[in-house]
Design a protein around this ligand. Structure first.
Ligand SMILES: NC(=O)c1ccc[n+]([C@@H]2O[C@H](COP(=O)([O-])OP(=O)(O)OC[C@H]3O[C@@H](n4cnc5c(N)ncnc54)[C@H](OP(=O)(O)O)[C@@H]3O)[C@@H](O)[C@H]2O)c1
Length: 319
């Protein structure tokens, strides 16, 4: 089958190790299901894998991709929760876990196998391309806003870096839930587009907010960390899911303890959270924002837009 996979690592030139070509069919396992992938979305996780983060040399070649929407053998339309338990079943809340494309082959392929427990009905109002955006970026944004952030209608949130998959999800989910959403972006064009999604204000990196917010969603790391710590109210929460620009330095510990700021790491979310997210977008008629859709065979071009940081929304590939 056709798939996009990592064949080597390059921290500085991640696309060098990307190959699109023939790959083995998924392995059949007890209580697993092989799904015909109709769409998969790219995540920065794929770029990290090609840079050599989270994968070891002996695991290569590894099919990339952590989320997808497709069709199960019984004809049902599904989305895939990409978190798998240590011994190959759907993961419980406190056990070791792995994401698709780390230990088990990923979703940038014509077919992918996952634990049957990881299948969730696709919201019928979403296309396969839109639904493929939910299991990683959108689930992570959902967890940061509601599960970890505990935000309620009328609360305020700052989303760092307007253009990314997690960030556009956070803006759209936050607006749909009645939050006051502030964003930052390096790009004036992306700031304008974030306002078009319903953000209350869109600021240049480091610009002072009108007032401090209840929660900050941090996925950028070094480039925005100081601003995040300065923008959250005393006793507020910074939810961290990534560090695209590198690790934060300095850590701003003095302000964190003196202002009693809670810093909470987030990795994706549970299967139940993904099911709740699917219900939420269906009921509120929220559609994931897609930057572009590419054939699986053109994954290299699709991935290079993500490496350049050019996208606004999710980049999707279709087999
Ligand atoms: N823990 C988890 O479960 C989880 C889940 C999803 C993602 N992540 C991580 O979260 C990060 C974002 O993921 P994604 O898939 O949304 O990536 P993405 O679509 O590539 O977005 C990258 C984001 O970073 C911003 N950015 C990049 N470099 C920047 C810089 N030097 N200065 C300021 N902003 C910068 C961009 O904002 P502008 O272009 O608008 O400035 C954009 O919002 C990645 O590091 C990813 O690995 C983690």
């Amino acid at each position: 089958m056709l798939a996009a996979f990592a064949t080597s690592f390059s921290p500085d030139s991640p696309l060098d190790g990307l190959q699109v070509g023939d790959a083995p069919e998924p392995v059949e396992r007890e209580n697993w299901t092989t799904v015909d992938v109709r769409a998969a979305s790219l995540n920065h996780h794929d770029v990290w894998s090609l840079r050599g983060v989270g994968l070891r040399e002996q695991q290569l070649p590894m099919i990339l991709g952590t989320d997808a929407a497709g069709v199960a053998p019984d004809g049902s339309e599904v989305i895939l929760h990409g978190v798998v338990g240590a011994d190959g079943h759907g993961v419980g809340p406190r056990e070791p876990r792995t994401l698709l494309s780390e230990h088990y082959p990923g979703t940038l392929a014509e077919r992918v196998a996952v634990p049957t427990a990881n299948l969730i009905p696709k919201p019928s109002g979403l296309s396969f391309e839109e639904a493929a955006c939910l299991p990683v970026s959108w689930l992570t944004a959902y967890t940061m806003l509601f599960t970890v952030g505990g935000l309620a209608p009328g609360d305020s949130v700052l989303v760092q870096g307007a253009g990314g998959g997690v960030s556009t999800a956070a803006v759209l989910l936050g607006v749909a839930a009645g939050l006051e959403v502030f964003v930052t972006s390096r790009s004036e064009e992306k700031r304008k587009r974030a306002l078009g999604l319903g953000a209350a204000a869109a600021l240049a990196p480091g610009e002072r907010l009108p007032r401090r917010v209840d929660v900050v969603l941090e996925s950028v790391g070094r480039a925005t960390w100081q601003h995040s710590v300065r923008s959250v109210r005393p006793g507020g929460t910074i939810a961290v899911c990534g560090a695209t620009s590198g690790d934060a330095s300095p850590a701003e510990l003095t302000r964190i303890f003196f202002q009693e700021i809670r810093v909470q790491g987030v990795t994706m979310g549970s299967r139940d959270d993904l099911a709740a997210l699917a219900n939420f977008v269906a009921r509120q008629d929220v559609k994931p924002l897609i930057d572009s859709v590419h054939p699986l065979a053109r994954t290299r071009e699709a991935m290079s837009a993500m490496v350049d940081g050019a996208q606004f929304g999710k980049i999707v590939v279709t087999p």
